[in-house]
Design a protein around this ligand. Structure first.
Ligand code: DP6
Length: 403
């Protein structure tokens, strides 16, 4: 038998995704099975990503976890579900291999694991960190234990939306019907290269903390909102088919309009929840107004918005519209001038605005209301970091930049 290495270590990265047909409501809390299918765009990891390192060693005394350099609770039930599930799949694969044939896993499944995870964006900004976080955890553990196959089913058990971050480009989460959740899987609808002109502009609103977390929020909605029930049964199935078609056809106007309608319906179900939940604030509403005025000015849908469980706006536009859009946003929400960079991410070509556009679109400027803009585009799914310099854990199995 080959000598076992003192420590086996793997590092991977995973993306954030933004839903254009929203997931809201579970039919099974434990397995995280949704009441409707959903569809999202995976965002580029150059701008937003989670990096996770996982290591196993016979010297480790216990399973441990560090988030952004600080030790955290590894006993979290959802994290434990993912860990348990990956270890179960690894054992199954090992047994299937015939453990003595040399091709078997070189590391012991009884070893303890150390996990360190970091975001390249502020967690507090409310940018779907749990989706990237759980997708990255599951992908990294799968590489570490040599597990292949349906990883979206495992990521789903960490956080529903995380299953969509297992793929790049345009991704649907098929709700499935089975009680064991085996058919509740994510699937790529089109790769990130499919629509090269599509751009995403995230408006990070200077906000207070989010009022109700999605897990708790959707529980109350399922219990109390008849509108949500109607949405799941009668609205989403048709919208899924439409959205897939619009993406395949790269029909921006149709894609953009349905994206806005679905975001609005999701927030309507929040208002229909009892007691009601409000994720949009006054700034979000100003952004909605701005987008509609912008589109009305051109007489066509050039920009769309979508909002998750918080006030940040995610706008979609084609590349040739971004310059003007950024100028309009800057005029509507003049930067605070606190020295921070207002426009982050992909470079934007400057545009000069006509006086007419300014007068029509910009109303009641709100200085400092938007912290910054992040310009990005659709991107690829999880990846392995090949360079050993990228590991978040050092040779001693502890975080390299631990505080
Ligand atoms: C509004 O995936 O965060 O972003 O499954 O309870 O972890 P849990 O919820 P989560 O919910 C995301 C809700 C949403 C819409 C979406 O991403 O589809």
């Amino acid at each position: 038998m080959a000598e076992e290495k003192p420590m086996t270590v793997v590092t991977c990265t995973a993306p954030v995704n933004i839903a254009v047909i929203k997931y809201w409501g579970k039919r099974d809390e434990e397995l995280i099975l949704p009441i409707n299918s959903s569809l999202s765009v995976t965002l580029h990891q150059d701008q937003l990503k989670t990096t996770t390192t996982a290591a196993v060693s016979r010297d480790f005394k216990e399973d441990r976890l560090w988030l952004n350099g600080k030790e955290d609770d590894i006993a979290h039930p959802r994290l434990q579900s993912c860990l348990r599930e990956i270890r179960r799949l690894a054992r199954k694969r090992h047994a299937g291999n015939g453990s003595g044939n040399g091709d078997a896993l070189p590391l012991s499944l009884t070893y303890k694991v150390h996990i360190a995870s970091e975001n390249n964006f502020p967690t507090a900004a409310g940018l779907a960190s749990s989706a990237a976080g759980y997708a990255c955890l599951v992908y990294t553990l799968a590489k570490l234990y040599g597990v292949e196959g349906e990883l979206s089913v495992v990521a789903r058990q960490g956080s529903g939306s995380a299953c969509r971050s297992i793929f790049g480009g345009f991704v649907q989460w098929i709700m499935g019907e089975r009680a064991d959740g085996k058919d509740s899987v994510a699937q790529q609808v089109a790769p990130e290269t499919h629509w090269p002109e599509l751009r995403v502009l995230i408006l990070v609103v200077s906000a207070d903390k989010k009022s109700v977390g999605s897990t708790a929020g959707m529980q109350t909605s399922v219990k109390t909102s008849l509108l949500l029930k109607h949405r799941a049964e009668a609205v989403v199935p048709e919208r899924m088919a439409q959205m897939i078609r619009y993406i395949q056809q790269r029909d921006f106007e149709a894609f953009a309009e349905l994206t806005m309608k679905d975001s609005n319906q999701f927030h309507a179900t929040c208002l229909d929840t009892f007691p009601p939940i409000f994720y949009l604030n006054d700034i979000s509403k100003q952004v909605i107004g701005l987008v509609h005025r912008f589109n009305a000015h051109y007489g066509k849908t050039k920009v769309s918005y979508t909002f998750d469980a918080g006030p940040n706006a995610v706008l979609f536009a084609l590349e040739d519209t971004v310059g003007e859009l950024v100028e309009v946003v800057k005029h509507s929400f003049p930067p605070d001038g606190n020295g921070g960079q207002f426009l982050k991410g992909l470079p934007v070509e400057g545009a000069s605005l006509s006086d007419e556009l300014l007068t029509v679109v910009v109303r009641d400027p709100a200085p400092g209301a938007i912290q910054y803009l992040l310009h990005t585009k659709p991107g690829p799914g999880p990846m392995t970091v090949e360079d050993a310099g990228g590991h978040l854990l050092g040779a001693d199995g502890l975080p390299r930049s631990s505080c």
